[in-house]
Ligand binder design. Sequence first.
Ligand code: RTP
Ligand code: MG
Length: 145
Amino acid sequence: ENAEAPVAERTLVLVKPDGVRRGLSGEILRRIEAKGYTLRAVRLLRPTSEVLHQHYAEHEGKPFFEPLVEFMMSGPVLAVVAEGEGVVPGFRSLAGATNPTEAAPGTIRGDLGRDWGTKVVQNLVHGSDSPESASREISLWFPEL
Ligand code: RTP
Ligand code: MG
């Protein structure tokens, strides 16, 4: 190993309550590992309103904000730190488009998700959208890391 190698790139993945409820946690972890990324930390938890308000701070004030927080508190969430070069954009590619109806086949949302006619789109997973978001979100969900 190169002693000059930078700290490995990390992203925060959440399997949202719809994914856990539908029994898709294993399938989603399988896809992350099959792509070649490493699972660095995994925790099943019921997120508090405080954590979710911080996590989704950029969406505060939007019409879907409170329904989104309520949905995220509707059941357990699987929080995951995945690691590997390019994992931030790489996991966003694995996840697919936000709207599961439009997400391409081959992606998590495209293969496993659909529109259920709910107030807020249920799209199975969250993935950090930049390395800066990833480090902020990892400290929020895994303060010990
Ligand atoms: P995520 O953060 O969950 O990975 O999803 P994303 O980047 O693809 O989508 P983003 O724009 O960050 O929105 C965060 C989550 O809010 C819900 N949402 N609902 N119009 C709507 O009903 C709407 N827009 C966004 C989704 O759960 C989305 O993933
Ligand atoms: Mg986002």
